[in-house]
Design a protein. Structure first.
Length: 252
């Protein structure tokens, strides 16, 4: 689709519109950097600066801070969620991440930052067709974009109406006010945890579990006996703040 919008300078800017699924909702604007292969944030991106340090990746040497990053998916370790958290808390995160397919590792880092610290960035899944179209548009010169709700608007002139971003309702300013996905059916005990009956730490953990479950299309939660726990590798101060916050909220 193509759209036109007026700017304060009375210019008409032509925009291409691509619509997908918001894995994490929110507004953003910035330069679009595109690659047609996945990127591992753990080991591939400096968690302090946001610079791509994977020398074999097409985006090698590019700083992702403040940019709309378009990649098919993440690649590799689940510690990538920690890197996303580090970047968000340090102020060096991308403005948004646009994907070809859902990536729970990338989205989880954003969700944790959102639920624990009120920091966020949009994560938008365009699917195969939409992502391929995005690549073609960027190749043809549409290197600037803005994201609102479930769509990305692309243009080649770097003219972005800041009010369209500023006036977008903040969907993550107060995570406690977010209505979680209704398609995940919870037991009475799970609902009590979600409502805070077991303390704030357990409530935050349950909110994260339910949001990821909804992202994966799960209809209910299953009891498990063993899990792989990540988050014990120190890669920066944000991971420590995460653990300290759990303790302050009464986590055990």
């Amino acid at each position: 689709q193509r759209a036109h919008k007026s700017t304060p300078k009375e210019l008409m800017v032509s925009e291409d519109v691509l619509t997908g699924e918001a894995l994490v909702a929110g507004p953003a604007a910035g330069e679009v950097v595109y690659a047609d292969c996945g990127l591992s944030f753990w080991g591939g991106v400096n968690p302090t600066t946001g610079k791509v340090i994977d020398h074999h990746h097409p985006l090698s040497g590019i700083c992702l801070a403040g940019k709309i990053v378009a990649i098919p998916k993440g690649r590799g370790s689940c510690t990538g969620s920690q890197v996303i958290l580090e970047l968000l808390l340090s102020g060096n995160a991308p403005a948004a991440i646009v994907l070809r397919q859902p990536d729970e590792i990338i989205a989880l880092g954003v969700i944790i930052a959102e639920e624990f610290f009120g920091r966020s960035l949009p994560v938008l899944n365009l699917g195969d067709e939409g992502f391929s179209r995005l690549g073609s548009l960027v190749h043809d010169g549409s290197r600037y974009g803005r994201i609102t709700r479930q769509s990305i608007y692309l243009n080649s002139s770097h003219v972005v109406d800041a009010s369209s971003i500023r006036d977008e309702p903040s969907l993550h300013a107060d995570p406690a006010c977010r209505e979680l996905h209704k398609d995940v059916v919870l037991t009475p005990v799970e609902r009590e945890i979600l409502d805070g009956a077991s303390g704030r730490a357990a409530q935050a953990a349950m909110r994260i579990v339910v949001r990821v479950a909804a992202m994966q299309g799960a209809s209910r939660l299953l009891k498990v006996r063993q899990v792989h726990i990540d988050g014990c590798t120190y890669i920066g101060p944000a991971g420590l703040r995460f653990a300290q916050q759990l303790v302050e909220w009464g986590g055990q």
